[in-house]
Every structure is written in C-alpha cells, then in structure tokens.
Write a protein that binds this ligand. Structure first.
Ligand code: ADP
Length: 404
C-alpha cells in the first residue's frame, strides 16, 4: 500500500510517498516559497536522482496541482494508486487521536486558527484541495500533539482561573509528538529494551524546540504549551518569559495583541537575542569569531535545554536514555556538549570524542550513541523521521477500515 504524507508550512509543502510494505520512500521533496516569486519545487527519487524546478506557485492548491502532475508522470500510474494520505496538523481541537477527516474534523482544526494564524490556513487549504482532487482516497489527520494526550492535569494546567482549563481547554498540549514518539521507538530498538521499561528524555531541537519526559512509552510532560511559544528558546520564538512582562511591554510601546504576538513568535529566540540569525549554524560561527550576542544566544539556548532536561528528570524520577534529535540536536555537537556540561554526577556522561565524530545518520540507521562507556544514562542522537510515524498512523487506520 502506498501512503502519501503531506506537511504544510505557511509557505512550504513537504511530501513523501511511502511504500508501506517495506516502509520504503519512493519519492520525497518539497515545494518552497509558495506565494513568493520564484517558488522552488525539489524532488528526490528513490534511486538518488534529484531535480529542482523553479516556477511560480501562488498557493498550496497550486502546489498540490504541481505535485500530482509530477507523481502521475512517473512514480505512480494514476492518483487512485494512493489509497490514503496523511496530513500533518498541529492541533485538532477536541480530536487528540489520528482520525479520518470529515467536515467536523475540519471545523475543529479551523477552531484553532487563532493559535496557528500562519500555518492553519495553509493546512486547511491543503486538506480541502487534496480531498477535491483525490476523492477516492482516505484522508487522515495526524496531530502533532496526540502523543502528549495522557499528560496528567497537574502537569498540563496553567495557574490561571480554573475556567480557562475547564471551559476553554487552555492547557499545555505540546507538539513535535511524532518526533518524540519516533525517538522513543528507536531508542527502545537501539537499546534492546522494551519501551514499557524505559524512562526517556527526548530533546527535539530544530527551528521549533521542545523536551519531553517519556515514561514507559507515554509522554508525561513536555516543554511546549498550547501556542507553541512556551518552553525552550527557539529559532525566532521566545520560549518561557515572565508573563507579567507582556502587558508592561505592550503599554510602554503601544503594541496591539498582534504586534506582541508577532514579536514573541517571529522576532525573539536565537534571532532576537543575537540580532543576527535564527539559524544555529550562523550563531555558532559568529560565536566562534567572538560575536558577543551570538555567544549569549548560544549559551542561553543550551542553558534552557539543560534546565528543561532537569525538570523532565524530576518528572520521571530517573532516566535510562536521553535523546537529541531535530536539525540542531542531530548536527550540533557544541549544543549537545554545552547542554550537558556539569551534569556528569547526575548520570549524563557524554563521550566528547563520540560526540564530535561526524556520523551520517540515515533513515535506515538513524541512531548513534554518544555516551561514555560507564555512563549510567545512554545518550543518543537520533535522526528525526516524523513522516514515517505519520505514515504508520495513516496505514494503521486505513488497514483497520479496509480490514486488510
Ligand atoms: P524545523 O524545526 O524547521 O524542522 P530542523 O529540524 O530542520 O527545523 O532544524 C533546523 C535547525 O537546525 C536550524 O537552526 C539549523 O541551523 C540547524 N542545523 C542544521 N545543520 C546544522 C549544523 N551542522 N550545525 C548546527 N546547527 C545545524
């Protein structure tokens, strides 16, 4: 069975077509700069052939049109050859499990637009266009927060008047669920220990970043909240700040709610502190050349990761494995080293040589161990594969429905 996985950002659409019998990638790629002149459509075929096409793609509907045109010209004979499509959705309102998309599901996703003003319209357009063009396929929404659905109330609730929790459902729901779940699954395989016996801390460090405490395969706490701004310092997102500061800054600078939201989401984090870039590679390079604000951004990023690992350790009451994943987690040996500096006595003993060795992690071999031989806690680097988790979810639901 072939499963197409779609993942829309505000101006991008990533896709992977899987053959689920072997969990093999048939073709993958991305349409980038949607709605911006000179959009880029890049494709990687399974034989290693890649292609980049520059064209103008005004919106996600047009991007899907291009994608389907390409797919039916080579990888598949016709669209009905794809029985199911997995759509990545950040938050499905009252839906917390992967679900076949109906008008009610779309209404619930739409009800979260206030929380995801840039992403949600693109995702909804992606789903609606896809359902129109592929009415014969099953469309499954896979939510980024499903993995965190069992976080206990005391960890999820905010210290606000109770009605925000009970009536509005404002509580920590977490994101990057497919990545944290993939890390847990791969850790269990790599360590040859059943997931039911493992206590794991996973750190997904990319443009967005979060930590997660995973006890016996279930998320029991995570650093991201309901708006994806809470917790760690991120590329352009602030992470935790004193909430009392928000009205003060708004009053002092005459900012509207949109202005302050724009600042916290798009002009803060690594970019805001350094004044240079949201990209960790540029931050590291500038810090190495003595740029003070880049050094501060790097140190603050790592310090927040360390502190967050500490809270997850307490939530778990002990830890068997720590995972670094995401673009920064996988590629930055400096961030890994700094985030664990001085924590050897707590059991996080990183091997500096293994940590700095560059290993090319692949979809087939996504794990590398960087802990010292005598480290009580295994420290792993895992190449994220959220799309595979999404494809598995979609496959499971499709098989159930088709009773294969
Ligand atoms: P997203 O959250 O958008 O999926 P990624 O997981 O791809 O993001 O991570 C992007 C981040 O990874 C960027 O900050 C980028 O600088 C960082 N990154 C990628 N390669 C390296 C590297 N070699 N060294 C340090 N950081 C890196």
């Amino acid at each position: 069975m072939k499963i197409l996985v779609l993942n829309s950002g505000s101006s991008s659409l990533k896709f992977i077509l899987f053959d689920m019998h072997k969990e093999a990638v048939l073709v993958s790629g991305m349409v980038d700069r949607i709605g911006i002149p000179e959009s880029i459509f890049s494709i990687q075929q399974s034989g290693g052939v890649s292609e980049v096409i520059q064209t103008n793609i005004p919106d996600h509907g047009a991007a899907l049109g291009k994608l389907f045109e390409f797919l039916t010209m080579g990888p598949i004979p016709s669209l009905p050859n794809i029985p199911a499509i997995a759509h990545r959705v950040a938050h499905g309102g009252k839906f917390r499990e992967s679900v076949v998309i109906t008008p009610e599901v779309i209404d619930q996703i739409t009800s979260m637009n206030r929380f995801f003003p840039l992403h949600n319209p693109a995702i909804i357009l992606e789903i609606e266009e896809c359902m129109k063009r592929m009415p014969h396929s099953l469309h499954v929404a896979v939510f980024d927060n499903s993995f965190h659905r069992d976080i206990p109330d005391e960890a999820a609730i905010y210290g606000l008047p109770y009605r925000y929790f009970s009536e509005k459902g404002y509580k920590r729901t977490g994101y990057h669920g497919n990545s944290h779940a993939f890390s847990a699954f791969e850790s269990s395989k790599f360590l040859r220990r059943p997931i039911e016996n493992l206590r794991l801390i996973t750190c997904h460090l990319g443009n967005g970043a979060s930590t997660c405490a995973i006890k016996h395969g279930k998320s029991i706490d995570t650093s991201l909240g309901i708006t994806a701004t809470e917790g760690l310092i991120m590329g352009t997102r602030s992470g935790d700040i004193d909430p009392g500061l928000i009205p003060i800054i708004m009053d002092e600078e005459g900012l509207s709610s949109d202005d302050i939201s724009d600042m916290l989401v798009h002009r803060s984090g690594l970019f805001g502190i350094s004044g240079l870039s949201r990209d960790m590679r540029e931050i590291e390079n500038a810090a190495a050349e003595g740029h003070k604000r880049a050094t501060l951004a790097l140190n603050a990023f790592c310090y927040k990761v360390k502190r967050s690992i500490g809270s997850m350790l307490m939530a778990l009451g002990g830890c068997d494995g720590l995972v670094f994943t995401g673009g920064i987690g996988v590629n930055s040996s400096i961030v890994r080293l700094k985030s664990l500096e001085g924590t050897e006595n707590l059991g996080f003993m990183i091997d500096p040589v293994r940590n700095s060795e560059s290993t090319f992690l692949t979809m087939e071999n996504p794990v590398k161990e960087i802990s010292a031989e005598n480290s009580p806690i295994s420290i792993l680097v895992i190449r994220a594969n959220e799309e595979l988790m999404m494809a598995r979810e979609c496959y499971r639901i499709t098989r159930q429905l088709l009773e294969v």
